[in-house]
Design a protein around this ligand. Structure first.
Ligand SMILES: [Zn+2]
Length: 72
């Protein structure tokens, strides 16, 4: 049993390595963007980044709350 488990773990490690530099990287990056700017649709990874973006790009607009951006 222990040997089988080790084999499985090493297979998973190899799979993780393959994913790190492969095509699936794009998917992972897209998943990292949790919110998008309501004004220009730019994807942003979190509210801190969004706030920095919004304050520099849309200084005249009121800053949306984190709650209003988070997917329900
Ligand atoms: Zn924007």
């Amino acid at each position: 049993m222990a040997r089988g488990l080790q084999k499985l773990e090493s297979q998973q490690k190899n799979a993780a390595k393959a994913n790190a530099g492969g095509k699936s990287n794009l998917k992972t990056r897209a998943a990292a963007f949790k919110i998008s700017c309501p004004s220009c649709k730019l994807p942003l990874s979190d509210y801190t980044n969004f706030k920095a973006h919004f304050e520099s790009k849309h200084p005249k607009l009121p800053l949306p709350t984190e709650e209003s951006l988070a997917p329900k």
